[in-house]
Ligand binder design. Structure first.
Ligand SMILES: *[C@@H]1O[C@H](CO)[C@@H](O)[C@H](O)[C@H]1NC(C)=O
Ligand SMILES: *[C@@H]1O[C@H](CO)[C@@H](O)[C@H](O)[C@H]1NC(C)=O
Ligand SMILES: *[C@@H]1O[C@H](CO)[C@@H](O)[C@H](O)[C@H]1NC(C)=O
Ligand SMILES: [Cu+2]
Length: 393
């Protein structure tokens, strides 16, 4: 019974691929290699649950959420997502200003948590699981606290890699995530830092405050900690936690997008890295080798401040679409060998194991500070078990 139902759901999702009105179908008709892998993975997951049982009784066909690509949302759906994000940025923070002097909103609560834990959640064994939990908790906040009735959309990089500026994500229209920053003459961005310039990313045509779209007046309150632009107002507090209201600056980079986030880059990441260590390492980049990877490549497609700041990047609302795709790529990779990869983790507790630390285990906890309590990595390994109940179209 379960078997046929899940397969039916997968077929419906992948044959029609969306419920958007006709005039928006052109954008969503794209079906790259990565979409085919996601579909194949979904079928595998359906077969697996049919033969092994669903991992959680709480999550079933009737209530499973389906996260969709930005361009497949109808304009009204995009706008309701955007409104919910703005709503979160207007709700009071629950973090105390004694702990984080710069927080002003529920949105900032998430940014503060990310800043606080940055050095324990990147290049580590919990990178994928922690960010899965983070995106989910944010989606829950949009729904529970801001009345959003949809789910977290994602940004399928490969669709727009040649021309991100005219994508429905960055075209600056009122149903986009806002466009580029105003042009400000500036130097190339050095990755990972100016003092260790392993990759020099050519400047884009922005660098200043975003000039169009829904987030033109959005206030970034925390950071910077490691700004990609030298002229960002320094934070008055410690570790970026002081109050530093400023605009979102972007420097949209077709260079980063087209060099590291094409559909073929993502497909190759999924197909050519059966070892979880290499999957997550190549995803996050190999900077000494001049390779940004899809994770850093996506962050530097929008770039700027806070987008190009490893610590403060969730301060730019496009972060959540980007990390939705990161999670979808992991989900796809997992589903291509469900049995083996539902427990596959690798990596230690410190960034690229520096300084050396022990391996992460499935029994280690991940937490989101004030936003959500600790869960075991084990409980974040499946998107249809533990606290989660969603799949990707
Ligand atoms: C650009 O780099 C040069 C050389 O390192 C430096 O002198 C200059 O201040 C930089 N300009 C900006 C705007 O960061
Ligand atoms: C840590 O994990 C790696 C593989 O990911 C393994 O080679 C190594 O032996 C592990 N270290 C310990 C102490 O278990
Ligand atoms: C940062 O992490 C520490 C240690 O886990 C915790 O005690 C503190 O409350 C956290 N601060 C924030 C802002 O989440
Ligand atoms: Cu992060």
């Amino acid at each position: 019974m379960r078997f046929f139902n899940l397969v039916a759901v997968a077929s419906v999702l992948f044959s029609t691929s969306n419920a958007a009105p006709l005039e928006e179908r052109t954008a969503s008709s794209y079906a790259g290699h990565v979409d085919a892998l996601a579909a194949q993975g979904f079928f595998n997951l359906a077969f697996y649950t049919a033969t092994q049982g669903l991992p959680s009784q709480k999550c079933n066909l009737q209530n499973v959420a389906v996260r969709r690509e930005w361009s497949t949302l109808a304009s009204t759906e995009k706008k309701s997502y955007i409104s919910a994000v703005k709503c979160l940025s207007k709700k009071p923070a629950i973090t105390s200003t004694e702990l984080v002097p710069g927080v002003r909103s529920r949105y900032d609560d998430f940014v503060a948590t990310h800043i606080n834990q940055t050095l324990a959640i990147h290049g580590t064994g919990n990178f994928l699981s922690w960010h899965r939990y983070f995106v989910w908790a944010y989606e829950q906040a949009l729904r529970r606290e801001c009345g959003y009735t949809g789910y977290q959309p994602y940004w399928n990089w490969g669709k727009y890699a040649d021309d991100p500026l005219s994508s429905p994500i960055f075209d600056g229209s009122d149903s986009s995530m806002s466009g580029n920053g105003a042009y400000v003459k500036h130097n190339a961005s050095c990755i990972p830092s100016d003092s260790l310039c392993e990759i020099s990313l050519p400047t884009g045509t922005g660098g200043g405050c975003i000039t169009s779209g829904p987030f033109k007046d959005f206030s970034v309150n925390l950071g910077p900690v490691a700004p990609a632009l030298s002229y960002v107002e320094p934070n008055p507090g410690t570790f970026g936690m002081g109050y530093n209201p400023r605009c979102i600056r972007r420097d949209i980079s077709a260079y980063a997008a087209s060099h590291w986030t094409k559909d073929a880059d993502t497909a190759s990441l999924i197909l050519n890295n059966p070892d979880p260590y290499w999957f997550q390492t190549n995803m996050q980049g190999n900077f000494p080798a001049g390779f940004l990877g899809v994770h850093t490549g996506g962050h530097f497609t929008n770039g700027g401040d806070p987008g190009g700041d490893l610590f403060v990047s969730p301060g730019d609302p496009v972060f959540w679409l980007h990390h939705g795709m990161i999670d979808r790529v992991w989900w796809t990779w997992q589903n291509l060998d469900v049995e083996k990869r539902k427990t596959a983790i690798s990596g230690t507790l410190t960034v690229n194991n520096s300084p050396p630390s022990r391996n992460a285990t499935l029994d280690d906890f991940i937490d989101l500070g004030i936003n959500a309590g600790p869960i075991k990595i084990r409980d974040a390994m499946s998107t249809i078990a533990g606290p989660f109940c969603y799949v990707y179209a």
